[in-house]
Design a protein around this ligand. Structure first.
Ligand code: ZN
Length: 384
């Protein structure tokens, strides 16, 4: 009886070891298959930069390379059989996933880029990081061609419901959910005088919005009075408004009392429309004297690049004037009056974005350059 029990125990132990060995050996086989695949991809990409080689759960490995021409390429390798998995097959709800991604792309990039990146056939590579998915894009159809790398960093919080694999969730996250100014990039301020204008202001506002850029509008008081909705719209879209006098008068000809009357009027109109205070003044014709500087409670903003759009009324001339002369910290003068100016802006904004130049308001330019605009001072450009 005792012998029988010992025999039984021994048999059970042997069976147990035999089964465990088989399991280990099958795991080794499958690991071997995926390792072989990884090695062969490494060989294939030996001249490229290895960006990522990471095991994601026990199911698959994510490999990402940056090819010599700059583009990214990603692979997902099944740990069981060494086969390549299409990223879309790791999604639970492909349609909702790309809907979310496209929304984030539209928030981050200007329209001329986002419209290409949201195309289904746009080349993409997927990199699974600690708390994010990074999607690298490549599209040669974007015009004008972009110098910077195009990518979207999406926190798993945003897309966890669409993924078929478990991810770590970090609740303290900043998603790339919009465009923000980069202090390391060249930045200039666009300024538009003489509006608001029902024929042109809204078109300029739309162009700025489409390109994720902003500008300062120096508005004339009596025109603000006539078109208050354009004043509010300008601010709502993230732009800035300064005074351009009440009646486009040559302010150097006015007495202290006349100056104060003129500007108090403009300030009151602006406050009644927006509830805000005016801080910047661009006097008509850029004419400033000491009486004005001393008595008007403003920071004075002129320009260092004059497109002379009022004289030429030619989009190409305006475009060329800006492209040829533009430097970091410049303030560019244009007018919110002419179709030719709008056509030039339409061409300039994507072109400048593509060159890595940011276009923004005078105040934002100053804050990027760590400068505080002061009252009774004049600014023609804002350099570091
Ligand atoms: Zn003017």
């Amino acid at each position: 009886m005792r012998k029988k029990i010992i025999f039984l125990i021994c048999t059970l132990i042997s069976v147990f070891f035999f089964l465990s060995y088989r399991q280990v050996s099958s795991e080794e086989n499958s690991n071997q298959l995926s390792n072989d695949k990884i090695l062969s991809l490494m060989k294939e990409h030996e001249k490229d930069r290895l960006v990522q080689n990471k095991q994601i759960t026990d199911k698959f490995v994510n490999l990402v390379f940056q090819e010599q021409k700059g583009t990214y390429i990603s692979y997902f390798i099944n740990c069981q059989n060494g086969e390549i998995i299409n990223f879309d097959n790791l999604l639970i709800n492909q349609k909702e996933f790309y809907k979310k991604i496209n929304k984030l792309l539209q928030l981050k990039y200007p329209e001329f880029i986002a419209k290409e990146l949201t195309q289904e056939n746009c080349l993409k590579a997927f990199e699974i990081q600690e708390n994010n998915l990074v999607i690298h894009y490549f599209d040669s159809k974007i015009t004008p061609p972009i110098q910077e790398e195009l990518n979207l960093k999406v926190n798993f919080n945003e897309i966890k419901d669409f993924l078929s694999f478990p991810v770590s969730i970090n609740n303290n996250y900043e998603n790339e959910n919009g465009y923000s100014l980069d202090p390391n990039k060249k930045t200039v301020a666009f300024t538009f005088d003489d509006g608001p204008n029902p024929k042109t202001t809204e078109k300029i506002l739309n162009l700025l919005e489409q390109n994720k850029m902003h500008a300062t509008f120096f508005m004339v008081g009596n025109r603000m009075e006539n078109f208050p909705e354009l004043v509010n719209k300008t601010l709502e879209k993230g732009n800035e408004i300064g005074s351009h006098s009440y009646s486009h008068t040559n302010m150097v000809r006015l007495t202290k009392e006349e100056l104060e009357k003129e500007e108090n009027q403009t300030k009151t109109i602006y406050k009644n429309i927006t509830g805000k205070e005016l801080f910047l003044l661009r006097p008509p014709y850029g004419n400033i004297n000491t009486t004005m500087k001393k008595n008007l409670d403003y920071a004075f903003v002129n320009w260092n690049i004059d497109t002379e759009d009022w004289r030429y009324r030619n989009a190409n001339h305006i475009y060329q004037e800006v492209i040829d002369n533009l430097k970091d910290g410049d303030i560019i003068l244009m007018h919110d009056l002419y179709d030719s100016t709008i056509q030039a802006v339409e061409k300039l904004l994507p072109e400048l974005y593509a060159k890595g130049i940011q276009v923004t308001t005078v105040s934002e330019l100053a804050s990027l350059k760590n400068q505080v605009l002061e009252k009774h001072q004049t600014y023609n450009s804002i350099k570091n």
